[in-house]
Design a protein around this ligand. Sequence first.
Ligand code: ZN
Length: 49
Amino acid sequence: MKEFIGTCIKCNKEIYCKDGFLDGVNEQGRLYCFPCSEEHQREAENKIK
Ligand SMILES: [Zn+2]
């Protein structure tokens, strides 16, 4: 089963929920695909340092 959830706010990739597993990351209501989520995480860490 595959359910369309939304698009990545960075690259507009379509994000689906497959068998109850989200094919991306929902961060405070914003959707990211995995590569963009990792990038976003690194950017956030860089701001802290
Ligand atoms: Zn993305």
